[in-house]
Structures are given as structure tokens and as C-alpha cells.
Ligand binder design. Structure first.
Ligand code: ADP
Length: 984
């Protein structure tokens, strides 16, 4: 604090009594101090205390001084006056203070001080110095009066000194006054400065970026910065005067000093975190800095609030992140440790060592820090030194990136760890190493298993003779088996990872042809097994042709990840095929030539065949006509009753020889027709019983002379699909053989049976006899043409081609024929035909021939017209039919005559020759059919035209029947009777 020398003390002021002088000095010091307080406006309480102290000390001093005076001058007038002066001083001081309001104002103190100064100077310099002079004289032995005189004389002598002292004293006071003025001036300047400073501060305060707010002791705002208003979202007017409770959510009114209010006695700033409520109710986090300041005895609280919402949010995020990271580290399956170097063993100290790490190693954080990482992670012997050196290199900035160390864990288990390290800078600073250990033992074991499986698969693949090739989706070789490597002449290492299409295929084909196909497989466009061929280039430059089958390789997720191909070296095969192809082409040319030749030969053969047929046809016609005449006249002679026995025998011989010749001609003709394919068959549902019945009537007369019995067993409704006439022919042949080669009193058994075959229902008709039988080794020969097992001298007539024709006919009708026989016991011939499966009860053939003959005999006269240009034939007809009693024969040797007779007599039946001069039989028929009178008259053709096409033409022309010359009289008569019977 500043001080001023309000009452300067000089040594000459001493009165000569040390105890009194010391008190005087002390008293003057106290007055000076009080003056300084007044001058510099010390706090009122301090000033009051000073006054009290001074007053107290003055009383004490007066008592000390008075006791000295009393000791030497008791009862003396001076001593009494002096004491009175003391008392008036104390009274005056108390009065002056009491006049003013308490506590003392500075103004009252100033007046009191002025009084003290003037009183003390006059009292000390005058009164006390005189009294001290008296006491000193008395002590020197003088009497009271002398002592008074001596003291009076000294005071007079020293009056000059005092006169000098007063100006000096006043000068001092003037100096002090000037000093005061200067102090006051300085004070005012300071005040002005303070004011400016205050205004500046206020401006600064208002514009402060932080929310500055100044509170009084009750928490009301007395000053505020704009930023604080903005912080609360209020106007300045709304904020000024408002109470802290309005915005500070942490404010709790308190009896004592509110928590928010800093201690007024402390100059320490106080930082607190609070939450302020804005006008709109939203909350913001703030850091509040408060400091108290007492101005003119009033304490104000200066606060500066900073919006730290973002910071708080950030801190919260960081905290959460830290917690999260901690949790993560704790929960991580991977072992995580953070360490740094230390100066003392074990030289590496871990600060983080998560539970997974403990599980992996069996060591806790404290354990590892005690025993060291090399002990906690005992790398297998073989790689221990390498691991140590690798770890050592971390000091030079090197890192472990996925290296695999195998350790023995605390429990003795063998584990394979993948080790990663990196540098980290923890919040506390310094450089630490983050160590991450991943237990890949299971993966390693699985990889080992997979490798074993792969080796096994490779072993299998290597044992396969085919080439096995796997490509990845880019076309790189991922697997090739031994056969593939050997063929190409590379080792596996040389091929694996290389592009197949550029390495092993010719440039043009590989890229242009095979690669696009491969890409389509990878794109999933070709899913099925793709077959193809590639020429591959071997290491030695040779080329081989490989036939491939390629399928896409699909992973678990269903994605195509490559292809798998199996291939075979088809170089040789292809060469052989090409050779074969050349041969084939050559052969085709040869075959073509041969075919042409054969075709020409066939053509020639067919031409020859046609010539043969034509020859046979004409020959047959030529042979038949005379045979017809021979037989016909022989038959007539047979019926002539005028012949003698020899003539009859001759006639019989003629007939026998003629018939045999005719049979031979017919059968040869028949066989030649069949074999030349000229036979026409009419396959239809045929009633077997009816056909058998017909045969029976024809065969029984043959069998009867030998006492042979024919038994037939044909169930009703047995129908076959066959040509009726040809079936009859076949059965007749078998039955006539059964008669011919039977024994006397023998037996023939015809049985028809249905059976089921793969091709459908069939009918088997067998003819068994009890005859001479056939040796087993010759059984098949009987179907060969002109084979006769009986000796040529045998009396049994035969041509040796009946069975041949029968076999051909049955086969043409879709049937089969066979035989079984036992020499001397009998034979059984059977035919097998497709069943027609239906019964036809309305079939007219069901009516037996006998019944029809009887009917004819019972009817009225019948007229039969015979038109034939050949007189022999006409004569034969007349002889055959002329014997019938109820039949009248009309004969016409020319066609037109025949037509006239027909129209005139309206015959019941017309027998018409075909080959006639002028008009053939067909033309005559056409006219007859045209005429109403003869339209319905049955016409039977009798002709030597025996070829199939003639017969077919005859049928188409709607003849009732077509009889081929030479005629069989019996059969002819039956046909005639049938025709006549149908007529009304
Ligand atoms: P053919 O009877 O006119 O001689 P086939 O062709 O009908 O001619 O018969 C050929 C031969 O088969 C006959 O000559 C005969 O030796 C033998 N043969 C045919 N049928 C029988 C049978 N039922 N019993 C014994 N032998 C037979």
C-alpha cells in the first residue's frame, strides 16, 4: 500500500526522556499510517479499526506520560494543566468521531486526522518538551522553581529552533499536500482510465464469444454478453435481471452459499459442467467458468459459459467408442495384446491382454508381464529363433503380417497361430505394439484334411487313364492329372496357374474357338455336358487330338467357378476313323458300282423272269388245252358203257397219266408263280371249320378205299386271317399226303387250336397220321422242291413239290409250317396262322355241299347256255351236263349267237369261254350285264387263261366263277350246281 509521511518526525523533537520519546514516535507512526489510509481510501472497517487502535494507544501513552509528570510534579500546576490537555484531546477525538455516522466515513476521518496533527505537534513540541525539561532538571537536583526556570529558559532558547522547525514542518506538509494532489490526479487519471477500461471491458464482455454473464449475490444477471443471450435464445432485455434458476438446470437454491457461486474469498476460477435450458426448452451442455469480484464493497460473480454440446456429444461418442472397443477386445475370439518396451526384464510390458489371449496361452496379463512373451508364447523349437528375430525386427519398424507360429499352449495343446502386429499410439502417448493372434489350428487341421483328400483325389485322378483338367473361371489350370501331364510333357508346377487356352492350344483355335465356348460355360449358358474336340500342343511341339467332355464346376453357393473336363487322346482313333471313312467312301463307290451292276442284273433277271413266266403261261395254255381235250374225252369214254374191259383199263391209264401230267403242270406252274411273286392273295377272315369241311368231302373219298378214318376237331368260331382258296389248297395237300403215306385202316386226325403268341392270338391246325413216318434227319428235306422220300418205284403218286408250295403259301399268309414224325409210327404236320378271332354264322360257306346238291336235284328244269368257239369243248360240256336229267344245255359256238340265245331263252346259267374270235368273253359279259333280261344271270368263265392276272381280271369282271381248263369234272359240276341252286 502507498504511505504518506503525514507528520514527519525529527530527532530534535525528542524531549530527552527515552520512554516518552519512543511512545511519541510510535504514536506519530500510527497517525501517519492512519493518514495514509485516509488518503488512499482504505476500506471503512479497516479505517475504523485504525482509529480504535490509535485512540487506545493515545490513552495508554497519556497514562505513561502522566505517571512520569506525576512522579516529579505531583500537585504542580503544570502537571495538572498537562493532564487536562490530555483529557481534552481524548474527548475531542471521540466527539469528532461521534459527530459522524458510524462507521466512520472517510470525511470524518480526515477532519479528525487534521485535529490530531495540529494537536500533537503543538503538544509534543511545546508541552511535553517543557515538562521533560523540568523533570530532567529535578533529576539533576535542582529545586522545582529552578527546574521550571531552567526548562522555561531552554524552551525560550529553543523557540528559534522551533520557529525554524515550523516552516520545515509546513514545507513537509506542503510537499505531502503536493504529493497528495499528485496522487489524487493520478487517481483520477486512473479512474478515467478505469472507466475507459470498464467501458472497453463492457464492450468486450458484450461481444465476448463465450456466454459471459455477471451475477449479483442473489443470482440475478447484472451484465451479459450478446453471445450468452444468443446461447439462451433470448433478447438482451429478457436476460438482464433474470435469475440463474431460469436457465441453469443444475441450480439448487441453498440456504448457504449456492453451489454455483464461487467463494468470494478465493480468487481461484472455478470450472463446472452444467446444462442450460434455452428459451425454447432445448438443453445445451456448457462449461461454466466463474470468478467472484468485489467492486465498491459489492461482490459480483463473473461467469463465462461455453456451449460444449458438441464436445459432450463427442466425449460421449468417444466414451461409448472406448467402451465398445473395450468390449470388443474383451469379447474378441482373437487374442489381442498391446505392449511396449521397458528398461527392465522382461523388457516388454503388456498393458492389454484380453481373455482370448489368456485362453490361447494359459497366461494372464500379470503372468505374461512376469515371465515375458517368449515364455507365454513358446514357439515350436524349429522356428523359435526365427520368431525371436522377427519380433526383434519390430524395433526397426517391421511388422508381422499373418505369419504362422505353432506354439504349445499352457495346457500343452499344440496350436497354430496367425500373428499380426502393428504400431499403435494409445491416448497416453508413446509407441506401443498391437499384437493379434488368431487360432487357426482348426483351419489348419481342416486344410490338412482337405490336402489329404486332394492328394487322394489327385492320386485317383492320376490313376485314371483319361486326361482330367480343371480350370478356374479365368481359364487358368487349377488341376491336371498325371495322364494329362504326361501327354503334354509338362510337370504339374509348370502348368498350374497358367492359361490353358494360350499355353496348350494352338493360337488360332484356342482363342477363337475354344475360349468363347469356355466363356459360355462359365456364363452358365451351356450347362449340360459339353462335348468337343481340341488339338493340343505338347511341350515338344507335337500335336494331339483330344476329345473332351466338359462340365461346369459349381461351388456351394451355386456359382460357376470353373470347369472340369475329362479328355481322351483320340488322335489314333480319329486317324483310323478317317482311314475308315476313306474306305467307306471308296466302298460306297464300289457298292454304287455294284448296285448299278446288280440293278442291271436284277433288271435282266426280272426281264428273264417275265420271259419265263410268259413262257410258262403260254406253255401252260398250250399244254392245258390238249390236256383238257385228252382228259375230257377220256372221261367221256369212261362213262361210255360200250367199252370192253381192256378199253376201260386203257381209258383209266390215259386218265391217270393225264391227271398226273396235269397235276405236275399245275404245281410247277403254281410254284413258279409263287416264287416269282406273282401270286395274288386275298387275306380275309376265314372260317376254318368251313374250309376243313370242304377238304373233308374231297379227302374222305380218297381215304375210304384204304379204310382210313378222318377225324376233324375244329371248335366253332375258329377263324384265321388267310386266303380261303390257298388255305384250302394247303390243308388239302397235308390231308392228301396223310392219306397217301398212311397205312391201311389208318387214322387221320385234324385238330385246330387257338394259342397265344407274342404277335397275338394264333390258330394252329395240325394233321396227324398213323403212316410210314419220316426219318428225323430227313424231316426238313420234305419242304424242298422235288424231294420225295418214297422210292421212285413207289406206287404212291406224287410230284415232290406239294409241301414246298404249301410252305410258301402259308408263309405268304403270315403263317408257319412245321412237321414232327417218327418212322413207322406216323407224322404230324402243322400250320400256324394269325387268328381272325370272330365267328360268322351267316357265312354261306357254312352250308354244306351235300345240302346244296339235294336242293338242286329237287328243283325244276334248269337251262345252261355254253358259249365256246372250240367245238371239242362244246362237245365235252354237252357230254358232262347232258346226263343231268333236270338240266337243258344250250350251246353257241360264236359270241353273238350266245348273246342271242341268252336273250331268247334266258338261261339260269351261262358258261362262257374267254378267248374267242371277234368278241372275247369280257365283251360278251358286258353286253349280257347291260341287257335287263340277262343282267342278273350268273356267268361262269371257262378258260385256259390260268395266269394270276387273268384270274384277277375275271374276278374283277364279276364272273360268278372262273374255271380254268382242263376242267375237273367233279369240281365243275359242283360249281354248276351251286350256281343253279341260287337261281329262283
Ligand atoms: P408228293 O407227295 O407229291 O411226293 P410232297 O411235297 O407233298 O410231294 O411230299 C414230299 C415227300 O414227303 C413225299 O414224297 C413223301 O416222301 C414225304 N411225305 C409227305 N407227307 C408225308 C406223310 N404224311 N407221311 C410220310 N411221308 C410224307
Amino acid at each position: 500500500m502507498h504511505s504518506i509521511d503525514f507528520l514527519p518526525w525529527e530527532d530534535s523533537f525528542d524531549c530527552g526522556l527515552p520512554a516518552v520519546d519512543a511512545q511519541h514516535r510510535h504514536l506519530v507512526q500510527m497517525i501517519n499510517a492512519l493518514a495514509s489510509h485516509v488518503a488512499f481510501r482504505t476500506d471503512v472497517p479497516q479505517l475504523d479499526a485504525m482509529f480504535d487502535e490509535l485512540a487506545g494507544y493515545a490513552v495508554y501513552h497519556f497514562q505513561t506520560e502522566e505517571s512520569v509528570w506525576y512522579e516529579y510534579l505531583a500537585g504542580d500546576e503544570d502537571e495538572a494543566n498537562h493532564r487536562q490537555a490530555h483529557e481534552s484531546f481524548v474527548d475531542q477525538v471521540q466527539r469528532l468521531r461521534a459527530e459522524q455516522s458510524s462507521p466512520s466515513t472517510t470525511r470524518a476521518a480526515e477532519r479528525t486526522l487534521a485535529f490530531l496533527a495540529s494537536w500533537l505537534i503543538s503538544h509534543i513540541l511545546k508541552g511535553d518538551r517543557y515538562m521533560a525539561g523540568v523533570v530532567l532538571a529535578l533529576r539533576a537536583g535542582l529545586g522545582r522553581e529552578q527546574a521550571r526556570q531552567q526548562a522555561g529558559a531552554r524552551m525560550a532558547k529553543e523557540s528559534r529552533l522551533l520557529a525554524d522547525l515550523v516552516p520545515s514542518f509546513n514545507a513537509t506538509r506542503t510537499t505531502n499536500a503536493l504529493h497528495l494532489i499528485s496522487e489524487v490526479t493520478e487517481l483520477r487519471r486512473a479512474q478515467a482510465e478505469l472507466k475507459r477500461e470498464s467501458e472497453k471491458n463492457q464492450a468486450l464482455l458484450r461481444s465476448a464469444s463465450d456466454g459471459v454473464h455477471v451475477l449479483d449475490s442473489r443470482g440475478n444477471i447484472v451484465e451479459v454478453s450478446d453471445s450468452f443471450c444468443a446461447m439462451l435464445g433470448c433478447s438482451r432485455a429478457e436476460v438482464l435481471g433474470s435469475n440463474i434458476a431460469r436457465w441453469d438446470t443444475r441450480y439448487v437454491p441453498d440456504e448457504g452459499r449456492p453451489a454455483w457461486r464461487p467463494d468470494a474469498t478465493s480468487t481461484q476460477r472455478r470450472l463446472v459442467r452444467s446444462v442450460y435450458r434455452r428459451k425454447d426448452g432445448s438443453l445445451i451442455d456448457v462449461d461454466v467458468n466463474g470468478v467472484p469480484l468485489t467492486i465498491e464493497s459489492q461482490t459480483l460473480y463473473f461467469y463465462s459459459a461455453r456451449d460444449v454440446s458438441a464436445l459432450v456429444e463427442m466425449e460421449s461418442v468417444l466414451k461409448r467408442q472406448a467402451e465398445f472397443t473395450n468390449c470388443l477386445v474383451e469379447a474378441m475370439g482373437d487374442g489381442i495384446g498391446v505392449c511396449h518396451d521397458t528398461a527392465t526384464p522382461p523388457y516388454v510390458r503388456f498393458t492389454v491382454w484380453n481373455p482370448a489371449m489368456q485362453k490361447l496361452t494359459g497366461y494372464s496379463l500379470s503372468d505374461v508381464n512376469e515371465v515375458g512373451w517368449q515364455c507365454a508364447l513358446p514357439v515350436e523349437e524349429a522356428r523359435r529363433e526365427e520368431a525371436r528375430l522377427r519380433a526383434e525386427r519390430m524395433r526397426y519398424g517391421d511388422h508381422l503380417r499373418g505369419e504362422e507360429w505353432t506354439i504349445r499352449s499352457g495346457s500343452g495343446e499344440r496350436r497354430t497361430l496367425q500373428v499380426h502386429t502393428t504400431f499403435v499410439q494409445p491416448p497416453g502417448g508413446g509407441l506401443h505394439v498391437l499384437l493379434v493372434l488368431r487360432d487357426i489350428s482348426a483351419r489348419k487341421a481342416a486344410e490338412l484334411l482337405v490336402q489329404q483328400q486332394r492328394d487322394l483325389a489327385q492320386f485317383y485322378l492320376d490313376t485314371v487313364q483319361s486326361l482330367m483338367l480343371a480350370l478356374d473361371s479365368e481359364g487358368r489350370i487349377t488341376m491336371i492329372n498325371r495322364a494329362g501331364r504326361e501327354l503334354l510333357g509338362y510337370t504339374g508346377d509348370e502348368l498350374l496357374g497358367r492359361y490353358w487356352f494360350t499355353t496348350c492350344l494352338p493360337q488360332d483355335k484356342g482363342i477363337k474357338h475354344s475360349l468363347p465356348l469356355f466363356r459360355r460355360v462359365i456364363a452358365g449358358e451351356l450347362k449340360a455336358n459339353l462335348a468337343g474336340e481340341d488339338m493340343v500342343i505338347c511341350r515338344d511341339g507335337s500335336q494331339r487330338l483330344i476329345g473332351w467332355k466338359t462340365a461346369p464346376l459349381i461351388d456351394d453357393a451355386g456359382h460357376i467357378v470353373g470347369t472340369l473336363s475329362s479328355g481322351a487322346d483320340i488322335t489314333e482313333r480319329r486317324a483310323a476313323e478317317e482311314e475308315l471313312e476313306r474306305y467307306r467312301t471308296h466302298l460306297e463307290v464300289l457298292v454304287g458300282q455294284r448296285t448299278l451292276e446288280l440293278s442291271a442284273a436284277k433288271e435282266a433277271a426280272e426281264t428273264a423272269n417275265r420271259a419265263k413266266s410268259d413262257f410258262l403261261s403260254s406253255m401252260s395254255h398250250e399244254l392245258r388245252t390238249p390236256m383238257n381235250a385228252i382228259i375230257g374225252f377220256a372221261q367221256m369214254l369212261e362213262y361210255d358203257g360200250e367199252l370192253n374191259a381192256n378199253q376201260r383199263d386203257s381209258v383209266q391209264e390215259i386218265l391217270k397219266a393225264s391227271r398226273h401230267l396235269l397235276d405236275l403242270i399245275n404245281e410247277v406252274l403254281d410254284l413258279s408263280r409263287i416264287e416269282s411273286g406273282r401270286i395274288e392273295l386275298s387275306l380275309e377272315a376265314t372260317n376254318v371249320a368251313a374250309v376243313v369241311d370242304d377238304c373233308r368231302h374231297l379227302v374222305e373219298p380218297l381215304a375210304a378205299p384204304y379204310g382210313i378214318v378222318l377225324v376233324t376237331d375244329v371248335p366253332d368260331g375258329t377263324w384265321v386271317t388267310a386266303d380261303r382258296v390257298r388255305l384250302k389248297q394247303a390243308l388239302l395237300n397235308l390231308l392228301s399226303n396223310a392219306v397217301k403215306y398212311n397205312r391201311e385202316q389208318g387214322r387221320i386226325h385234324l385238330v385246330a387250336q387257338a394259342r397265344q403268341s407274342d404277335g397275338g392270338p394264333r390258330i394252329s391246325i395240325s394233321v396227324a397220321d398213323t403212316g410210314i413216318g419220316i426219318a428225323a434227319e430227313r424231316l426238313n428235306a420234305v419242304f424242298q422242291p422235288f424231294t420225295r422220300l418214297v422210292g421212285e418205284q413207289s406206287e404212291i403218286e406224287g410230284t415232290g413239290i406239294g409241301l414246298t408250295i404249301t410252305q410258301r403259301l402259308i408263309e405268304l399268309m403270315g403263317g408257319e409250317i412245321g412237321a414232327e414224325s417218327e418212322l413207322g409210327v406216323g407224322s404230324r404236320f402243322w400250320i400256324d396262322l394269325p387268328s381272325a378271332g370272330v365267328a360268322r354264322h351267316d357265312d354261306p360257306s357254312n352250308v354244306s355241299l351235300g345240302a346244296r346238291t339235294q336242293a338242286l336235284a329237287a328243283s325244276d328244269e334248269r337251262r345252261v347256255l355254253c358259249i365256246d368257239d372250240n367245238p371239242s369243248n362244246l362237245k365235252l360240256m354237252t357230254q358232262i351236263l347232258g346226263r343231268r336229267t333236270n338240266l337243258r344245255l344250250l350251246a353257241a359256238h360264236a359270241p353273238h349267237l350266245g348273246i342271242e340265245l341268252a336273250l331268247a331263252h334266258r338261261p339260269h346259267l351261262i358258261l362262257l369261254d374267254i378267248n374267242m374270235p371277234g368278241m372275247d368273253g369280257y365283251q360278251v359279259l358286258a353286253i349280257l350285264r347291260h341287257e335287263p333280261l340277262t343282267r342278273r344271270t350268273p356267268v361262269i368263265a371257262i378258260t385256259a387263261n390260268a395266269l394270276a392276272r387273268d384270274i384277277e381280271r375275271g374276278r374283277a369282271a364279276r364272273f360268278r366263277d372262273y374255271i380254268i381248263k382242263p376242267i375237273d369234272v367233279t369240281a365243275f359240276l359242283r360249281v354248276v350246281e351251286d350256281a343253279l341252286q341260287d337261281q329262283p
